[in-house]
Design a protein around this ligand. Structure first.
Ligand code: AMP
Length: 527
């Protein structure tokens, strides 16, 4: 039975959500053990060596030292961030895996199954390292097969499903979550979802609104209670309380025009009042950033808002009235709709999971390289993404300077195949190291060299050359960016053919994955 359950997981910065397809074929959100639809992405390491995830972790956080509580780990994914807890090292991959493990444990316990595959979502602008890390987190959590799709695409799939399908539409997905923000334009044509352009801000989300609100609360507490600001600064309890309170106050201001709160300072309760107008004024620059990104995405394809049929708001932070109001003020012609903000991404992932033919990424890459298309089955949902980053190689130019020479450009629909020819630098050369850099150059910059510091190294591969090459032996490299945005290189030189996947220092080996799976035993279950 286990494999008949298809699940989709929205692994969010502040909250995560798991959905599956029920017997009627509808996507439904699975309640966690705590009976909540979404699980706070908070991890707490208690003194008994247990890893506690979700609301219990969030609730207990105030009683533990800051270093035993991990929040917003998604912001670190793809980096070399590491925490050491009681002698065990945890990376963004293992910490994300702990969140996934908790949600999957709860699902398994509730349904008496053992889920082995899932679709996990990630922000559209995630690059190679982040996608790879998200996939590996799924493996560490015990999944055997993991497919990654972009969050806005998942939201569009859920939207398309809700609209009954069959329609031809161009939608814009505005996704303001807890820690990340992106805007994506997608064309929906029946079961085919094609992303057209995407842009975003890696470090922008509800958490930033919380940070601004914390400052505002501090200011109000001082003003209204005659407290000196310095009293609030070095107090860890105040710090912890404000982290939780700011989010509660923010949510309240989504439905109330004004709210009161209390903060205990030096053993005394201080009461304060915050109005929505004050909160909106203080956070206006954040909101403005999102509006500017909408403009950037439209401009990337020379669209105006009139080209967009529906502008769909997803992500928990879209609940703030300033979002819909701010967008409608700037774009009165936009058809703005708040669509199931907390659940649409997980549901879309589950719908995709059901219709997905689960062909391995390697197989897809091989088919693409050979110029073959994999024909979708009847009713299958097809998804074509755009690359969020351009890819280039580190090249040495005639003037001796090393710069990035771009090969594949962002905002082009995947899969993409691009063939380049290179030559050995010397006769008898045995190998060539190819280092791949991501960067944000657009196709308008084609031909332009990019400085290395404006890019980000995502890995390399070493091409072995056959015996007997000389400086005029062509080496044909076919770069393939698959539908998942994974880069593969097919190299032909003389009669030798070889295929390479990017290798980077953050990738985990099978044995490291296995060891990390052991750590997941510490994740507590409700039973
Ligand atoms: P997501 O990552 O999409 O689950 O979004 C979570 C973010 O949405 C967090 O920053 C929450 O504080 C925020 N959020 C959820 N509900 C509301 C609400 N009613 N008003 C304002 N923000 C909210």
């Amino acid at each position: 039975m286990s494999n008949e359950y298809v699940i989709g997981i929205d692994l969010g910065t502040t909250y995560s959500c798991l959905a599956y397809i029920n017997e009627d074929g509808d996507p439904v959100v699975e309640k966690n053990f705590e009976q909540e639809d979404t699980t706070p992405s908070v991890i707490l390491f208690n003194e008994n060596g247990e890893i506690i995830v979700g609301s219990p972790a969030k609730d207990m956080a105030i009683m533990y030292p800051l270093e035993r509580v991990v929040t917003a780990i998604k912001r670190q994914i793809g980096t070399d961030y590491e925490v050491d807890i009681d002698g065990d090292k945890y990376t963004p991959v293992t910490l994300s895996a702990a969140i996934l493990r908790k949600m999957i444990n709860d699902f398994n316990d509730n349904h008496g199954v053992e889920v082995k595959r899932a679709v996990i979502t990630c922000p559209a602008y995630f690059g190679q390292n982040e996608r790879d890390a998200t996939k590996t987190a799924g493996k560490v959590a015990g999944l055997e097969e993991v497919t990654i799709i972009n969050e806005p695409t998942a939201a569009a799939i859920a939207f398309g499903f809700g609209a009954g399908g069959g329609e031809k539409k161009r939608v814009m997905i505005y996704d303001l979550g807890g820690g990340t923000f992106d805007v994506t334009i997608l064309d929906i044509n029946g079961n085919a979802f094609t992303a057209v352009a995407t842009d975003g801000e890696r470090l922008l989300g509800g958490k930033d609104w919380d940070q601004v609100l914390i400052k505002l609360i501090k200011q109000k507490v001082c003003e209204e209670n005659g407290i000196d600001g310095s009293e609030l600064e070095d107090d860890d309890d105040v710090k912890q309380a404000l982290i939780l309170d700011s989010e509660t106050i923010k949510k309240r201001l989504s439905s109330a025009e004004s709210t009161k709160g209390t903060l205990t300072v030096g053993g005394k309760k201080a009461v304060y009042t915050i109005t929505r107008a004050e909160f909106e004024a203080a956070t206006a620059p954040l909101m403005q950033t999102t509006i500017e990104i909408i403009g950037r995405v439209l401009a990337a394809k020379n669209f105006t808002m009139k080209d967009i049929d529906d502008l769909i708001l997803v992500g928990g932070s879209s609940r703030m009235p300033q979002v819909k109001n701010g967008i409608s003020k700037k774009y009165p012609e936009a058809n703005v709709r708040v669509f199931d903000p907390d659940q649409s991404i997980a549901k879309g992932a589950a719908i995709f999971s059901k219709s997905h033919n689960w062909v391995g990424a390697d197989e897809v890459a091989a088919a693409v390289a050979a110029g073959k298309t994999i024909v979708p089955k009847e009713g299958e949902i097809t998804v074509h993404n755009v690359l969020s980053k351009s890819f280039g190689i580190k090249a040495q130019y005639d003037d001796g300077k090393e710069m990035i020479s771009n090969i594949i450009f962002r905002n082009k629909v995947l899969p993409i195949v691009q063939t380049k020819t290179y030559y050995p630098i010397e006769d008898g050369q045995t190998s060539i190291k190819v280092e791949i850099f991501e960067n944000s150059a657009s196709d308008n910059d084609e031909g332009k060299r990019i400085e290395l510091i404006d890019g980000y190294s995502v890995g390399e591969f070493e091409m072995d050359l056959p015996v007997g090459v000389n400086r005029s032996t062509p080496i044909t490299v076919k770069f393939v960016a698959t539908d998942e945005g994974i880069l593969v290189a097919h190299v032909d030189c003389m009669s030798q053919h070889a295929e390479y996947q990017l290798q980077n220092k953050l990738q985990m080996s099978d044995s490291e994955i296995k060891d990390s799976q052991g750590l997941m035993e510490k994740v507590t279950t409700g039973n």
